[in-house]
Design a binder for this molecule. Structure first.
Ligand code: ADP
Length: 392
């Protein structure tokens, strides 16, 4: 185990597990040797694996991307099987495996399905090994090697699942507590804001001077913004499950873009396809994502700049929303923390916008990521589940 605890702990996890179950070089060698022969049975393993999922509504509902998503996962399962009996169990192997545990957390897959699924893989690999007709002694040792590596796999998945799950729970708790405090303050601010708004309207009717009128309008806009912030906070505190309906993402973006406040020198261009992009989403929540991302982009570009919002249907039917800007982009340390609640680099920022975007996206079974464009500026991409679950 060589490491002193300061380095990446996952390396220790794998080594500790292998040593605990006395996984030997001979086991690795046997798995590597059976690889080429067992590989032809992979389609059958994959078939059995997904048959079980199709039989089980609770496991199936994780695949919010429908048939197309399952198809992608089939290919990944084959690649995963290759690794399983590849005979090389190093850091790269561990990192690939750890990613699977994290993906399970992301898709809210209950741990019991991991056990059930591994059982199918194990059973099918044993059957395949029996069928290739190795001499009895080698076959027996081969079966043991399969068992050992399957146990290690499962333990690693559970370990990364637990780590990721714990950190998400902590983050959500933090979000919930802060959200509740902030929301109750926000709620209290709603009344005085409403009074200001009413008085402003009355005042506005009596103002003739053009400059004064502009100021009245500015105050009105800012009140609108305050209300929007309060809505965000309340939404965050409420943690409302999405009420999904089939709708056209193109329409939603087209209707939302004019609502985003911007200075005169900033242009927001919608690159919208003429055909519809049907997604299964909660319209007010997705509207919130659009506003947050576009507002961030507008704020990033400063007094003059360009923001482009692109909508398209991906090949598998999912809808994609892309918000790009020609602002300063995201420094590396910001990229890492983008979606952390309360992380902000702006003096007037709350650091809640992207945390909220991520939570909404994940509740929809979608994905969100942020990065830099090669030509400069930031780019945020959101994918959303198709309206038609069997879309492909
Ligand atoms: P807030 O906007 O209140 O700061 P967010 O969660 O929306 O909170 O954003 C977190 C941080 O991410 C921002 O403070 C900013 O540093 C960075 N960020 C978000 N969008 C962009 C963008 N388009 N360009 C550059 N930085 C951005």
């Amino acid at each position: 185990m060589g490491a002193d605890g300061m380095g990446a702990p996952p390396e220790n996890v794998l080594q500790a597990l292998l040593s605990y179950i006395q996984f030997t070089d001979e086991d690795a060698e046997l798995l590597k040797r059976m690889g080429p022969e067992v590989r032809r049975f992979f389609p059958r393993v994959v078939e059995r694996f997904y048959e079980a999922i199709y039989r089980t509504p609770e496991a199936l509902k994780v695949f919010t991307g429908g048939a197309a998503q399952i198809e992608r996962q089939r290919d990944r399962l084959s690649a995963w099987l290759e690794g399983l009996i590849g005979g090389v169990y190093d850091d790269v192997y561990l990192e690939r495996r750890a990613r699977i545990g994290r993906t399970h957390v992301k898709h809210e897959l209950d741990q019991r399905w991991m056990f059930a699924a591994m059982n199918i893989v194990r059973r099918e690999l044993h059957a395949a090994l029996t069928e290739i007709g190795w001499p009895e002694d080698e076959r027996t040792r081969g079966h043991t090697a399969i068992d050992k590596i399957c146990d290690v796999e499962l333990a690693m998945m559970l370990e990364t699942y637990r780590e990721d799950y714990t950190s998400r729970v902590q983050m959500n708790e933090r979000l919930a507590t802060l959200g509740q405090i902030a929301a109750s303050i926000g709620h209290e601010l709603r009344n005085p804001l409403a009074v200001i708004q009413t008085s402003l309207q009355l005042l506005g009717r009596r103002v003739d001077d053009e400059r004064a009128k502009r100021h009245v309008k500015k105050i009105g806009d800012q009140i609108g913004l305050c209300n929007a912030i309060i809505t965000d906070l309340l939404e965050l505190a409420r943690d409302r499950p999405p009420e999904r309906h089939r709708l056209d993402l193109v329409d939603l973006v087209r209707a939302t873009l004019p609502e985003v406040p911007r200075s005169e020198g900033v242009t927001i261009t919608g690159r919208l396809p003429s055909e519809m992009v049907a997604v299964l989403v909660d319209s007010s929540q997705i509207r919130q994502i659009i506003v947050n991302l576009v507002l961030n982009a507008v704020q990033a570009v400063g007094p003059t700049g360009e923001v482009t919002v692109t909508v398209r249907a991906l090949e598998d039917g999912r809808g994609e929303l892309r918000v790009e800007d020609n602002g300063p982009g995201l420094p590396t340390d910001v990229v890492r923390r983008l979606f952390e609640p309360l992380f902000t680099t702006r003096s007037a920022g709350t650091g809640l916008g992207l945390a909220l975007c991520r939570r909404i996206t994940e509740k929809h079974g979608g994905e969100i990521s942020g990065g830099n464009r090669s030509e400069g500026g930031a780019c945020f991409v959101v994918t959303l589940p198709p309206a038609d679950r069997s879309a492909s």
